[in-house]
Design a protein. Sequence first.
Length: 175
Amino acid sequence: VLKKDNKDPHALCALGLGSYQAGALPVAVELLERAVKAGAGDGARTVLGLARYSLNDLAGARSAFQAILANEAQDIDATYNLALVAQKQDRYGEARRLYLTVLRANPKHRQARYNLALLAHSIGAQEEAQHHLALLEQVAPGDQMVVTLREALARPPERKGQVLTLGSKAATPSR
């Protein structure tokens, strides 16, 4: 397809996704940027944001997820991913607001609850962190994530910006 039209957004997006899944992140970013410029939609922007985040290009990841939210303000995956970027950038207030937005839309979003607890813990808000641990235990009793969070909250905070994972589906693009 690209031999006929080297700007085909679907072909560029497919190649970008394949590169992302293969771990060829710089190649994925280049292909996905081209796909977005050629008219690919928010699916390409999602994977582009994930790839940029994985490369620690937080400004680029932020831009990709904000572009999705400009098209679809209620996109929970983009909101969650933007919260992760904000948390990693030590933007406590923004990250907290975005995680709470995700949890209002989906109170059972385990990763958002987990990361919100870590965020609170990172600034010494232990009561809030324990509150989110208790809510996570209600949503996912016996889940390893609960055990891991309980252990993390028992230790002094390691650093600000600590997060569980990118992408609400364990870094697997949902689009």
